[in-house]
Design a protein around this ligand. Sequence first.
Ligand code: ASN
Length: 273
Amino acid sequence: MKKIFKLLVICMSFIFAFTGCGKEKQSGENFAEEKIYKIATDTTYAPFEFENDKGELVGIDMELLKEIAADQGFKYEVNVVGFAAALTALETGEADGIIAGMSITEPRKEKYDMSSPYFDTGVTIGVRADSGIKSFEDLRGKKVAGKVGTAACRFAESISEKYGFEIVQFEESSTMFQDVVYGNTAACFEDYPVLGYEISRGLDLIIPFEEVAEPTFYGFAVMKGENKELLDMFNKGLANLKANGKYDEIINRYIKNNFGYLKRGAVFLQHLF
Ligand code: ASN
């Protein structure tokens, strides 16, 4: 009797062991299927990422990402950390990718793999209408504002000696804009689609000239040589959205159909069309 009981216990443990393994394998497979990509983004950077009246995170970047993920069948979570922090998160492996109105630039291409372009951009300045500033030359001897880690700030640095101005750095575009409105800094260096959009929403600044410096495009970024599958899916998804009209739908919703943007926007906004 004892022997039979012993045998039973052994048999049971075999059964458990097998079912156990089976289960583990299954959850292992699920785990591989359900990779959730961590995507870092900026704080308020309208019309690309910002909170709407209902407190929802919206914008061109957010909608493109959503549609691309649906098209390609991947899962993701968005971490709203600010631009400089997003770069750090990518570099330390805390983020798999960045979508944040991020310019495709030569120095960045050495460090990151960037997607196909998805939006036109370039650098301009915002000043108070009563400042009388009409050119970079008028910034001589003044303090100007730039946002940490951005292409616009890098451009400001590259011409600061030539035009004799000092740069004060900010973490967020919104506080940088307000600093110019308050008259602490004489101008802010920012991308024209973002500055133009904010002006269309009532930001009390003007863009004093039409030329755009460092014209380029926005792209999605992953660390060089890493997350290739994610970058490939982004590119494929973007191409599909461009082909099936969803890309235009998103852009139109935020820009072309935004009356204020066209009405109030300075002449330079024609760069977008
Ligand atoms: N447009 C900035 C850049 O490309 C990024 C940002 O401010 N979100 O550097």
